[in-house]
Each structure stands twice: as C-alpha cells, then as structure tokens.
Design a binder for this molecule. Sequence first.
Ligand code: SF4
Length: 754
Amino acid sequence: MAVKGLDIFKLSPKKNCKECGSPTCMAFCMKVAQGALPITKCPYMSEEAIALLSEATAPPMKTIEVGGQKLGGETVMFRHEKTFVSPTRYAVTVPSDLDAAALDAKFAEITKVDYQRISEREFVEYVFVEDKGNGADAVTAVVKKAREAGRGVIVETGDPEVAKAVVAVTGDVIIDGATADNYEAMNAAVKDYAVLGIKAPTPEAFFDLAEKLEKAGNKKLVFDVTADTAKQTFANAVVVRRAALVENVRTMGYPSIVNVAKLAPDCMHKQEAYAALFTVKYGSVVVMSQMSYAEALPVYGLRQNIFTDPQRPMKVTPGIYPLNGATPDDPCCVTVDFALTYFLVSGEIERSKVPVNLLISDASGMSVLTAWAAGKFSSSSIKKFFDEYDIDSKINNRTLIIPGKVAVMKGEIQEKLPEWNVCVGTREAVELVKYLKDGEYKAAAEAAEKAKAAAGVSSGPAIVEGPIDFDKLVYPEIKHVDMGVHYQQRDPESKKFVTIGERIHCISPSIRAAMENFDPDPILKRAAQQIKAGATYLDVNIGPAEKNGPELMTWAVRTIQENFDNVPLALDTANKKAIEAGIRVYNRTNGKPIINSADAGSRISNIDLAAANDAIVIALCSADGIAKDNDERMHHCHTMLERGLSLGMEATDLWFDPLFLVVKGMQDKQMDVLNAIKMFSDEGLKSTGGLSNNSNGAPKEVRPIMDSTLVAMAMMQGLTSAIINPNDRRTMETIHTCDIFKNYELYSDSYLDF
Ligand code: SF4
C-alpha cells in the first residue's frame, strides 16, 4: 500500500514552525504523500523517519512501459479501495510459422478491431509472437510486421539466440521465456535492451527466479503466470499481486501476462470467459488467439468499467458528433459531456434516423441540470464552446436545439449566438425520436427566426460584458409581508451546529419559475417554512443567472432578509458579480454572508472573493472531480486554507466540505468522508457540506433515517454545519440532541420545542 499522509504525519516533528513552507506539519505531510514535496524539506525530520519513509514511499509494484503502454504500477487489490491505474492490455497470438498469405490475413484480422468508446481507442495493443522453432529470421519477420502495424510486441521464446535477434530489431519488446533452467542466458541476451518475461509453475518459484534476476541487476521483468490449468493460473495471478501489494514483497511487484489462448486453445467461448476473469484479476496483458468484434466488445467494455475511476465523472470528448450521416447542412443538438447523457441522447437521435450534428460541450462530466445549476452549462459556456470549436464555420445549418430542461437559457443563448435559431428540444432524451421525426424542430427554428426578425436581432452579442454599476441595478420593488414567522437573533460566536436550509434552489421548478419572474411568494413561503423549522442560515441558489445575476441576487437577498429579520444567507451561484451584488445589500446582523462555493480547482478564486468581502466561504475539498481519498481531500483543504490565510482570512471563515457521497453506489466511501471531518476538526477547522446527498435515490421514508443517523455520526467527528432540509423534523431533532450532548445547548425538558 502507498504510504498515507497521516502515516507520515505520525513521524513528523509536529512543531508547526512553517519552515518547510507549509502552514502546518499536517499540510506538509499531505504534500509529501502526494509526491509534491520531498520529506527532506523539513529540517527537523529525524534520520530514522527519513530512512523509514524512503523505504515506505517506494512503489509496491513497478510500472513497466513497453509498446507505448504502461503495465503495472497498481497500489491496491480492489477497485473500490482506489482506482486501478494501468488497464489490462490485449494481445493476439501470431505463430512464427505462418506462410505469407496466412500472416497477412492474421494481421488484417488483428487490425480490423479498432474503435472509439467513451473517448478511448479500443484495439489490440500487442502482437504475441510464438516462436515455433523455425529460426530467428521467421520470428523477426513477424516482429517487424507487428511494428509496422503500430502494435506492441511480446515474443514468446526460450531461445537466447532468437531473443538476441529480436532485440537487435527492437528493444521496445517483451521477451517472454526466462525459466529456472535458462534464465542466465536469457538475461544476458535481453538485459539492458528489453523487458524479460519469466515463467514459473508457482508463486514461490516466481519469487525465487525474480530474486535471482534482481540480484543479477534486472528489474525490468514481467511474470507470465500462465500455468497448465485455469485454476493454477488464477492462483498465480492473485497470489503474486497479493504478495506485492498486501505483503509488501517488492520482488513480486511486477506486471503479469496471462495467456488464455493456451488455457482454452480450441474454444473461443472459454477464452472469452477467461479473458474477462483475468481482466478483473489481475492480468496486465491477456493473450487471446483472436480478437474479432465478438470478443472485443464485451472485454473492452468490461475493461473500461473496471479501470475507470468511479469517483471521476465519465466524460466524452467535447466536439461535433455527426450522427446518421449528418453533414454541415444538418441541424445541431447541443448537450453536456456526461457520458450517460451522451449515450442516451446519441442513441435516441440514431433511432430517429434524422441526420443531426450532436454538439458536446465541456460541462465537467455533469448532467444537464447539475451542470446548469453549477454554471458549467450556460449561455457563456456554450458560446465559448462555439468559439473554441469554430462551429460557425464548420456547420452551415443554423438550427440549434437545446435540452428542454434548460429552456430558461434559450433567450441568453439566442443573444450570444444571434446568427443561430435556437429552439427548445425535449425534456427527456426518449422524446427526441418523435421530435426529430415529426420535424417539430423545423417549426421551432422558423419561429425563432421570425422572433429574431421581429425583435430586430441581427448580429453581434447583445449582452455587453463589463463593469457593473451596482447602485443602478434595476429590479422589482421589494415586497414586505408579515407571514408571522420571525428569525431569532443568533449569536455568531455560538458553538451550536449551523444548519443551512437547502430549499431555495433553482433546480426546484417552482423556485426556478419564481426567479425567472421575480415572483417573491414561492421564495418567501420556503424561507418561512425553513426558518420556522429552525434553520440557522438559508442557502439561496439562483443558478448561473448569467443575464441578470446581480439584479436577481440583490432582489432575493433583500426580499428574504427584509421579511425575516435579517436571516443570514449563503449566496449560491457561479456568477461572481451576482455574489458581489448580493453582499453589497446583505445585512450582517445575524452573521457574515456565506459564499457557496469555492474549490481547489477552477473555482478557487471564490476564496479571493470571500477575502475581499469579509465573507465565509464553503471550500469544497475537490478540484475537477471528487477526491480519491483523504490524502487528496486534505491536500485540497490545505491548498485552499493557504490561499485564504495568505489573503488575510481567518481560518474559521473557510468551512471545509468533504463532499458527502451518495450511499447507493459509494457505500464504501462513507467512512472516508467521516474521517475527513475528523481531520478538519483535529486541525481546528470548520466543516460543512450537502449532507442529504448521502440519501439521494433512497425511498422517501428512509431518507430522514439516513440523514439523521449520518448527521449524528458526522457531528461526533466534529462536523460544525450542514446544508440540509430543515423541514426534515427527524434530522433537526437529532442535531439539537447532539448539541445537548456536546454541551453546546443547555438542556431543558422542552429543548425540542423549536
Ligand atoms: S514539517 Fe514543516 S512545519 Fe512541521 S516541523 Fe517540519 S518544517 Fe516545521
């Protein structure tokens, strides 16, 4: 296992003197674990600790690079612990005794499988040349042909003379054939030139042979774990990997080859099943006797599932995808780069058989509504995408269909792309078939064209970017109503748990409509419900609000605060000007405004915004994706902490969010999140997060049980705040009860009468 930041921390001097350039010893140790700093940068680290850590930080399994592919380098046994890093590669056998015609046919078959799936090229990466004893020339001829075909090469031979001839042609090759009987001669032929594949009957025999070769100075090895039976092959593959990663036996830390063509020479069905088995456990290269599309589609799909990081969104590459033979004269559909969205939308378009150019814009792998709410799929991002990919000159047709779920963006997109006729497509992908087949988009495009003509839209962007005069924002008069609900004065110094009500969110259709129309009633109603339920803060999510963010946020802040005794608010939008505008009218009587949110990646400048405006900021411990583990979480935490402190912020004004994860799908990561909260707490930092994420997708009646249990566990770890639904009585009662036990709230028999 790779050494963890916390393990290094245990050996650190814990002086927090900052001489290493990091604000705390913990921050320094996290960076060392990430490989960002050498351990020797701390002048107070003992020699013993340095010696121990140097040994511990050596990788448990070597990465061998050959034929343009990386093999090995794994750090964990199971994918759910941490991502597997080097995908299984596939090889196809080519015997050296084929005649010229058969050889050509074999290579034609090998190179036929070559396709893209979710932005990955799927093809046969290696040719596995079998030395049939017909001479070095025959073997090298196949090797040359494989190189010409752009494939990596593995040569199976136990003949040192053949090995020498091959490495004379190319050193970028695995010579698979060292055994206990011939290893010295094979090592002499291959060492310093190529990678040596070793064969042994049992894991113990692999250890003995690898140890001898290491002593002879060769650490460029792979283990061909193929045995006489599938059972022994499986045992070899698992025991070798376990010895390297669990038992920390470095001599066993090499990638493996599994030759399933040998295990089932006469049955492709069995080979396919074995290929699947050894893709999962633990073939770095799986060798088959053929790879047609019938074999390729299942195993490459499996590989992609196993080797894709489950915590990173599956994305497709942004760009133009012409479907059903679309040409530049056909209409365009635009959507996000979330892989599932792509597959659903492209599948339905293909079913319609209508030629369409599907435009995939970069939305950080989020779904349509999530990306929209986070400001990643907006009129600006679409405009940027059009500019970067030069869509205007690549596509002649000017019909642009946008997802029905973000119909609200139509006007803004139309203004930013005045040459185009923007029409609102369907809310669900499945409805696209009818929409396209019936030509509904044509009528919509014509209507858009006429509307433009009537409005006098011609060319050039209608929205003028530039400085905003905050004093001249125009928004409707603030409505004042007495709803009989009052926010109780709050002591900002109180240690009591801070609840941030999540229900004023633009993803809710009623709130979205209210924000579009500046209709205060639905917003006031939800504010009243949450305040009555005891929320400390209210989150106000206005979405990207690119067109009128400053006006909308100013109006929303004033509307809520003026009606509810200056209830403190979290301002939640990707639009920075809107946040600035909201803060200008914000009343701080009951606490500073919260900016929701910054991260350690593209949104880090929101920390600057908080510093400049004396605000609290929710600091998501992520960059461009969910952190893999707590080392990465703490690395992000310290990056943001350093940024905030360097700008003069108090550490307590950064509320660190570990990112609560959904139990359905990420059950094994829940304790990581709880442990991260403990780490924040141990460093004296405050924490928060969208706690109810954990129960997303769970039955309605189960969610309060999950949320209330998790909040109790998280508060035990030191969580100081959470973004929740305060109208979930069970969760609120749990929070108050935890505050009682933590002695943050004085007990009385009526403490639950809030
Ligand atoms: S790790 Fe950094 S902060 Fe800690 S004692 Fe060493 S130099 Fe000082």
